[in-house]
Design a protein around this ligand. Structure first.
Ligand code: NAD
Ligand code: 89V
Length: 344
């Protein structure tokens, strides 16, 4: 495979993982970085020995010299930066959440399509080793046809110390974390047509909701529950583990604490551990997420080399993002939301 030159915009809290992931890819060189904060630019530039540094993304694109751009800024800047990359016809990865609104996200997909360049949303949770194990077991047919599922993330972890902006937004857990869980539900059970949701804010020190319970009707008849909480004080903190339960016509599958995995199906009961690898640059408890960053970035490069769309393309991620919008709408109105009304 050829070597791909990349540029990174946004050198904050999470981008460090992305820089390590690019280092692991082997055939990627990050040749330029950009952050409007000079301090972050220096920290990341020095750590990863990147000489070309910009405080202005327009200036970086004007100088060019890279094959793709990795947008790792927070959501409010995503649309402008995606449209900037599209104007320069540069393939792009954009961090989740896709955009502030579904209309913005649709416009971003259109701009990449019109420019004829791929757009991938960095939706990495489906690339976690335990989630890949669940998907493989489900696809093997061991538990027959799934008819019910649950994707659950309940924690009391202090996410605000590393990401203080999460405490300030009107929207919190569905937009930031539930978006991953909803994408996992789509990955496992297929697209959903209806959403019913309820939210709560338990932590009085934050602006948005920190608990959400969502009920999804999937097109293939599966009913799933996606529940997320940052207000759950458990005896053992599971952050950032996602638990999964699936009932099928021939058995059941359970992904639980410490990556314990039980598949009870056609050939009996198999108990295993599907723990992520602790990469040399990773640290617990984030290693599960960190490994998935390296895996999604590898996927991006493989698809770029083949000129094929990535699995979590902008077009695909519109359906995950629509579930986020539907959940907020349902929680606000108390009604079930039809996804067709949002996606058109
Ligand atoms: P952060 O605030 O720590 O970093 C964002 C950086 O972008 C800041 O340094 C800021 O100065 C810079 N920036 C913002 N707008 C810019 C612009 N227009 N031009 C240049 N620089 C700009 O945020 P973070 O916690 O690193 O989160 C970044 C994104 O990553 C968010 O969208 C967040 O949801 C996402 N995230 C994803 C995961 C995951 O597992 N996929 C985990 C954590 C965060
Ligand atoms: O994955 C994320 O988007 C992070 C966290 C796990 C803290 O919610 O923001």
């Amino acid at each position: 495979m050829p070597t791909f030159k990349g540029a990174l915009i946004g050198c904050g809290f999470f981008a460090v993982n992305q820089m390590h992931g690019w280092g692991d890819a082997g055939n990627v060189e990050i040749v330029a970085i950009c952050d409007r904060d000079p301090e972050r630019l220096k920290i990341v530039g020095d750590q990863f020995c990147v000489a070309r540094r910009y405080q202005d993304a327009e200036a970086m694109f004007a100088d060019g010299g890279f094959d793709f751009v990795d947008i790792a800024t927070t959501v409010s800047s995503h649309r402008a930066l995606v449209e900037l990359a599209a104007r320069h016809k540069i393939p792009m990865i954009c961090q989740k959440p896709f955009a502030p609104t579904l209309d913005d996200a649709k416009a971003m997909v259109r701009s990449a399509q019109d420019a004829g360049v791929p757009l991938m949303i960095h939706e990495n949770f489906r690339w976690q080793t335990p989630i890949l194990a669940v998907k493989a077991a489900l696809d093997s047919g061991e538990i027959g046809e799934a008819f019910w599922g649950r994707v659950s993330f309940r924690s009391g972890f202090d996410v605000f110390s590393g990401q203080p902006y999460l405490a300030k937004g009107k929207r919190f857990i569905i937009e930031d974390l539930g978006i991953h869980s909803l994408d996992i539900a789509r990955y496992l059970f297929g697209d959903a047509s209806r959403m019913t949701a309820r939210t709560r804010r338990i932590n009085p020190a934050i602006a948005g909701e920190d608990v959400a319970t969502m009920l999804l009707d999937h097109d293939n008849g599966v009913t799933s529950v996606v529940d997320v909480s940052y207000a759950s004080k458990l005896p053992e903190e599971p952050f950032p583990e996602t638990f999964v339960e699936i009932d099928g016509t021939e058995g059941t599958l359970r992904l639980g604490k410490d990556y314990s995995f039980t598949v009870h199906g056609r050939s009996g009961t198999k108990v295993s551990t599907v723990a992520p690898n602790l990469l040399p640059w990773a640290s617990r408890p984030w290693h599960n997420i960190q490994e998935s960053v390296a895996l999604i970035q590898k996927h991006w490069i493989e698809r770029l080399a083949l000129a094929q769309a990535p699995d979590t393309s902008g077009d695909d991620n519109l359906k995950t993002f629509a579930l986020v919008e539907a959940a907020y709408l349902s929680a606000e109105t108390g009604k079930t939301v039809d996804l067709a009304d949002l996606l058109g």
